[in-house]
Design a protein around this ligand. Structure first.
Ligand code: FAD
Length: 572
């Protein structure tokens, strides 16, 4: 006789933000939950992320003097997403997102601080916010995870320093100012001292920030509330009875284990960015034979999509963009491997521009990463490679860094030796080192510098809205995003396309249920996070628009699961 099935109310596949939010909500409603994770580490892409969430009308706004309304947020989404907006899902998101945050904060499941000046990414569109919809996770002490600390997915290697020290969004102003401000130098000194102490006992720093802090706090809560998490245990097949999903088979320690569920199964497997066959089908540039580097972890291979399709779920590929894009540079590691570095920050600071192979600018560099990549792809149309170079002068690069090369006093030499960045005393020399057209680069920077001295960018109007200025250098006048590139030597780093996660995904309804080709909910089956098609229709309205919805639809799924009467297993 085979092993008897394990029984629970809810089975969650995947341990990212979507999975934990669904698991914890179901638990708060008294359900008995099992979480399973395919990889030996938990946290998924969420553990790599900045952990920022986009929550219009959140309760942190009022104490910060910010007004917002659900109508404004819906106007913004309607305008920005256009006819791809699924109004019912968008309304469900806007209604439930603030409730999710309030409930989770009250329970100590998350802890967030508002970024009051972090504007929406298209702040001049109707209904957009000039700041106050994006929240940054608070630090978390990894030691509180006890033996689970070692099982938490570590951040992307290129985004930590000194052997695993994390630097959060709130730390950055101090890092940029540490050579010019005593307060900032002391702040960074304290970070270093804590890290030094940690390294005596741990393989990396225990002061967690960003997505690592978010996941660690979620996990600590899940463990405290008695939710088991099985690592190295992928869901491989769903179990159906009477057209209802009533469980799944999981591979665990070489065995195929059946788990039966009274309420349902939640797919939270993080989409398909690490599935080369699928990305070749839906990413145009890969289909055209151009290069791409994948940022999310290797386990995100579209298992959720395959599982949903096996019981009648459908793939929603009709999104504006199939993935959330970001440019990355490729950082050679001492062991010969290459690790991508996502370029979120320096592009919008004064003293940088980006150019294509002909030395021409192709985008307003201070716009979001999701705008940057399509513009780069367009600039490289008809070329063999999709690539661009971020170019900065000495003053800019020593103040703000260039990709994985941090600001001074971090040493430039090791990055030059690795051939990661190029440096030259002249623009011509830099262009030749990069393989960029030298006359084109000289012409572009010559043309840029004149107006840039007055803080102007007539070609792309860099610094022209609140989002761009938020990412500029505060206090840099007259335009926080613009300065001439006139202090040699000059530096450049090559970037190529990458993604933060996929936007195309399983079609779901406003209750996070997987729906079939006729729009009917498949009883007992839910999809959240990047397994579900983007509620933003494949657009990127603001910081946190994937994790905010991942947690909100996890919350919605958890409540819906709890409201359904339990299925009577093994009736025959
Ligand atoms: C550098 C970086 C920064 C980012 N910053 C932000 C940000 O600040 N805000 C934001 O909104 N978004 C951000 N993103 C995007 C964001 O991280 C993802 O969109 C989000 O974390 C996806 O969450 P998820 O729960 O859907 O999946 P994940 O967090 O990827 O978790 C999915 C998990 O499911 C597991 N899994 C896969 N298959 C199975 C299976 N068969 N059975 C069991 N488990 C399985 C995977 O191994 C994985 O651990 C960022 C991304 C990156 C790379």
């Amino acid at each position: 006789m085979g092993r008897r099935p394990d029984i629970c109310d809810v089975l969650i596949a995947g341990s990212g933000a979507g999975g934990f939010a669904a698991a914890l909500t179901a638990r708060l409603h008294g359900l008995d939950v099992i979480m399973v994770e395919k990889e030996l580490l938990f946290g998924g892409t969420t553990a790599y992320s900045a952990g920022v969430i986009w929550i219009p009308c959140n309760s942190h706004q009022q104490p910060n003097g910010i007004t917002d309304s659900r109508e404004d947020a819906l106007t913004y989404l309607t305008h920005h997403v256009g006819n791809r907006l699924d109004r019912a899902r968008a309304e469900a998101f806007l209604e439930n997102a603030p409730a999710m945050l309030d409930r989770f904060e009250r329970e100590g499941i998350v802890s967030y601080t508002l970024a009051p000046t972090w504007a929406d990414y298209h702040p001049d569109e109707p209904g957009a916010s000039q700041g106050g919809r994006s929240l940054v996770p608070d630090d978390f002490d990894g030691r509180a995870l006890g033996q689970w600390f070692d099982k938490l997915r570590t951040p992307i290697k290129t985004m930590t320093v000194f052997g695993g020290m994390m630097v959060g969004r709130n730390d950055l102003p101090h890092v940029f100012a540490m050579t010019r401000s005593v307060r900032s130098a002391l702040y960074v000194g304290r970070m270093l001292a804590r890290h030094g102490r940690d390294r005596l006992r741990y393989d990396r720093g225990t002061r967690l920030v960003n997505g690592n802090a978010l996941i660690a706090r979620l996990a600590a809560n899940a463990f405290r509330r008695g939710i088991p998490l099985w690592l190295g245990s992928p869901v491989v097949e769903l179990v159906r009875e009477d057209d209802r999903v009533v469980g799944a088979f999981v591979e665990r320690e070489g065995e195929r284990v059946e788990i039966r569920t009274r309420h349902g199964v939640v797919l939270a497997c993080g989409g398909f960015p690490a599935n080369p066959d699928l990305t070749r089908r839906v990413y145009g540039h890969i289909a055209a034979g151009k290069g791409h580097a994948t940022l999310p972890p290797p386990g995100n291979t579209g298992d959720g999509l395959r599982l949903a399709q096996s019981v009648g779920g459908t793939f929603a590929g009709d999104v504006d963009q199939p993935a959330a894009w970001t440019p990355v540079s490729l950082v050679p590691q001492p062991d010969g491997s290459i690790v991508p570095f996502p370029h979120f920050f320096e592009r919008s600071k004064p003293g940088y521009i980006s150019v294509d192979r002909r030395g021409r600018r192709f985008v307003n560099e201070a716009k979001s990463y999701h705008v940057f990549v399509p513009a780069m792809l367009e600039a490289c149309r008809g070329e063999q490679h999709a690539q661009a170079w971020i170019v900065g002068d000495h003053q800019a690069v020593r103040r703000f860094g260039l990709g994985a090369l941090g600001p001074a006093p971090m040493r430039v030499q090791p990055f030059l030796r690795l051939n990661y960045i190029k440096r030259s005393g002249t623009l011509r020399g830099l262009a030749e080192a990069c393989g960029i057209d030298a006359a084109g680069l000289e012409r572009t920077i010559g043309g840029f510098n004149g107006p840039a001295r007055r803080g102007e960018d007539p070609e792309f109007q860099r610094g022209s809205d609140a989002y761009q200025r938020f990412n500029g250098a505060s206090g840099h006048k007259p335009n926080p995003c613009v300065a001439p590139l006139d202090r040699p030597p000059f530096y450049a780093v090559r970037v190529i396309p990458s993604e933060l996660g996929t936007f195309a995904g399983i079609r779901t309804n406003e209750k996070a249920q997987v729906i079939d080709g006729e729009g009917r909910a498949i009883p007992g089956l839910y999809a959240v996070g990047n397994d579900a098609a983007s509620v933003m229709g494949g657009t990127y309205p603001g910081a946190g628009i994937t994790i905010g919805p991942a947690m909100t639809f996890g919350f919605i799924a958890g409540r819906h699961l709890a409201s359904a009467s339990p299925y009577r297993l093994f009736r025959t």
